[in-house]
Design a protein. Structure first.
Length: 529
C-alpha cells in the first residue's frame, strides 16, 4: 500500500467524508441536473468516464504524492472564496455552468489549502481534466459547432461527388437528388470533438515528447473531428442509396458514429508515431524532462520524508483553522442558500391566456406547445399565437414568463433552442428598432433558415422593467436583483415571420417592426416591471 495511504489516519478520512458531504449538500441541485439531465444526453455521455480518469491520474502519481511532504498553504482560500462567489452568481442568476466552475474552484482550493503547492503540482493535470466532466453551456456549444457543421457538410458533399454521386449543399441540407440529408445538431461534430480533444490531451500528457509536438497533437483533434464527421455524412449518403432511411436514424446511426470514433484512435496513435521521428527526437526514459522529474521527486523525498508525518498530522488534525474555516464557509453557504428566500415569486399581472386575439390589424390563433417542451422549459405561464394581417402574412408570437428564475428553471435563449431544431442563424446581433412616439427599443435580430425555409426573428428578455438582449446580462441582473429586490422574475419575448416567395428582407423587416409596435404596449399590461 502506498505510503500516502498508510499515513492517513481515521480523522483524515472522517474529514474527507465531511468535505464530500458538505460539497454534495451545497451543490446538490447542480450535481443532480448534471448527472440526471446533462450526462445522459448523447453529446455529453463521455462525461461518465471523466471521474474515473481523474482518479486514475491521481493514483498514477501516488509515489510522487507520497514522496512530497504535506504543508498548509493559505493561498488555497483564494480559489475557495472565488468559488463561493461564483456559487451565488450561479444560484441567483440560474446559471448552471457557474455552479460547475464554482465546485471545481472549491475542490482545487481545498487541495491547495491542505496539501500545499508541491502536491497540487503533482496532480495539476488531474485537476484540469476534472473540468471535462462539466457540460459546456448551450450558448457556447451552438456557436462552436455552427462552423464545424458547415465545414463538415462541405467536405461531405465533396466526398460524395468524388464517389460519383450527384450531391449539392444548400446551407445545412445536402440534396442527393433522390432525397435530402440534413446535418442536424446531433451530427454537428461536437459529439466527436470533445471526446477526441480529451483523448488527445491524455495522449499528449503521457507522450514524453517536445512541447510543440504535444500542442500539435491536441490541436489536430479539431480537424480530425471535422473530417470524421464529414466521412460519416458521406457514408450515410452512400448507404442511403442502398438501404434507405434506416441508415440515417435509429441504432445504425448511433452505432456508425461510435464505430467511426473508435477508428480515430489509431489515427492519433499513428500521428504520435510520426511526430517522434521529427526533430527533436528523444527516447522514452532518456529525455531531459524525465531526468528533471526524477530529480524533483528525489529532492522532494529528501526534503519531505523526515517530517512528512508531522506535517500530515498538523494538516489533518481536528479543530485546526485549516479545517474549521473552509468547513464553516461551506456550512454557512448551505444554511443561507436553503433557509433565506432571496426570490419572491412575482405573479404575472394578467394571465397570458387573456392576450387579445385582435391587435391593430392582426388577428390571432392560439397555438399549443407539446407537453415535452412544457416540461423542459419550466415556465410559469406562456402564450404562443399566430397573428395574421390583412395581406395574409403571419407573425408567430411567443412569450414565456417566469415568476422566479433559478438553476434549471430560467429563461432560455432562442439562439440555443432554435439551432437544436436545425435552424441556422445568420446576420444575428442586437439592433435598435422604432416602437412609436419617437422611442426605440434594443432587441436581438436574426435571419434564420432551414431546409429552404427562410424567416426573420426578433427576440428580447423583459426583466423587471429592463429590456435585455444578452443572456449574460440576464444572469447578472438576476443576481443583483435577488440581492437588492428579492426578485428574479422575467420573460422571454420572441417574434418570427417567414420571408415569403417574391418578397425581400425589407418587406419582412417592415412587417415585424410594425407588429412589434403593436405588441409592446400590450405586453406592459401583463409582464411586471
Amino acid at each position: 500500500m502506498p505510503k500516502m495511504f498508510e499515513a492517513a489516519k481515521p480523522t483524515s478520512w472522517a474529514k474527507l467524508g465531511l468535505y464530500v458531504l458538505a460539497l454534495c449538500a451545497v451543490y446538490y441541485s447542480a450535481l443532480g441536473l448534471m448527472i440526471a439531465v446533462d450526462w445522459p444526453r448523447e453529446d455529453f455521455n463521455y462525461c461518465y468516464l471523466i471521474p474515473l480518469i481523474v482518479l486514475y491520474l491521481i493514483w498514477e502519481k501516488r509515489d510522487r504524492l507520497a514522496a512530497s511532504g504535506s504543508g498548509v498553504s493559505w493561498w488555497g482560500m483564494l480559489p475557495i472564496c472565488l468559488g463561493l462567489i461564483l456559487f451565488w452568481i450561479g444560484e441567483f442568476g440560474g446559471e448552471l455552468f457557474s455552479l460547475y466552475i464554482s465546485l471545481w474552484l472549491v475542490i482545487v482550493g481545498l487541495v491547495l489549502l491542505h496539501f500545499g503547492w508541491e502536491k497540487l503540482k503533482a496532480v495539476w493535470f488531474a485537476m484540469a481534466m476534472m473540468l471535462g466532466m462539466f457540460p459546456i453551456p448551450n450558448i457556447i456549444t451552438v456557436r462552436l459547432t455552427f462552423g464545424l457543421k458547415l465545414i463538415s457538410s462541405q467536405i461531405g458533399v465533396g466526398l460524395l461527388q468524388l464517389y460519383g454521386m450527384s450531391a449539392f449543399r444548400e446551407g445545412n441540407v445536402i440534396d442527393l437528388g433522390f432525397t435530402q440529408l440534413q446535418v442536424v445538431e446531433a451530427c454537428s461534430g461536437l459529439r466527436y470533438l470533445m471526446p477526441l480533444l480529451i483523448l488527445s490531451l491524455l495522449l499528449a500528457y503521457w507522450n514524453k515528447a517536445h512541447i510543440w509536438k504535444r500542442i500539435f497533437l491536441v490541436l489536430s483533434s479539431v480537424p480530425i473531428a471535422i473530417f470524421v464527421n464529414s466521412f460519416r455524412i458521406a457514408a450515410t449518403g452512400i448507404l442511403y442509396s442502398f438501404w434507405g432511411a434506416s441508415v440515417a436514424e435509429g441504432f445504425f446511426h448511433g452505432f456508425s458514429g461510435w464505430l467511426i470514433f473508435m477508428l480515430t484512435i489509431p489515427v492519433l496513435l499513428v500521428e504520435m508515431w510520426v511526430l517522434q521521428w521529427i526533430p527533436p527526437r528523444r527516447q522514452v526514459g532518456d529525455g531531459k524532462w524525465i531526468r528533471e522529474e526524477k530529480a524533483t521527486m528525489d529532492d522532494e523525498r529528501d526534503r519531505g520524508e523526515p517530517n512528512s508525518e508531522s506535517k500530515t498530522q498538523r494538516t489533518f488534525s481536528f479543530f485546526q483553522p485549516v479545517f474549521i474555516i473552509p468547513i464553516a464557509l461551506l456550512a454557512m453557504t448551505l444554511v443561507v442558500s436553503k433557509t433565506v428566500d432571496f426570490r419572491e415569486k412575482i405573479p404575472i399581472k394578467k394571465p397570458l391566456a387573456t392576450l387579445p386575439m385582435t391587435i391593430g390589424g392582426w388577428t390571432g390563433k392560439r397555438q399549443q406547445l407539446e407537453q415535452e417542451f412544457i416540461d423542459q422549459l419550466h415556465f410559469t405561464d406562456y402564450a404562443m399565437i399566430d397573428y395574421v394581417n390583412t395581406d395574409k402574412r403571419t407573425v408567430n408570437f411567443y412569450t414565456a414568463y417566469y415568476e422566479s428564475q433559478k438553476t434549471g428553471e430560467a429563461t432560455h435563449s432562442p439562439e440555443t433552442c432554435l439551432p437544436g431544431n436545425g435552424w441556422i442563424f445568420r446576420d444575428a446581433g442586437a439592433t435598435d428598432i422604432p416602437v412609436g412616439s419617437g422611442k426605440s427599443m434594443r432587441i436581438n435580430r436574426a435571419f434564420i433558415e432551414k431546409t429552404g425555409a427562410k424567416e426573420l426573428t426578433y427576440y428580447w428578455f423583459a426583466q423587471r422593467g429592463r429590456v435585455l438582449t444578452n443572456l449574460y446580462q440576464v444572469k447578472l441582473y438576476s443576481f443583483w436583483d435577488a440581492l437588492t429586490k428579492h426578485r428574479t422574475d422575467g420573460a422571454l419575448v420572441r417574434l418570427i415571420t417567414p420571408v415569403y416567395e417574391r418578397e425581400n428582407m425589407v418587406d419582412a423587416e417592415a412587417r415585424l417592426q410594425g407588429f412589434t409596435k403593436e405588441i409592446v404596449p400590450v405586453l406592459k399590461e401583463y409582464i411586471p416591471e
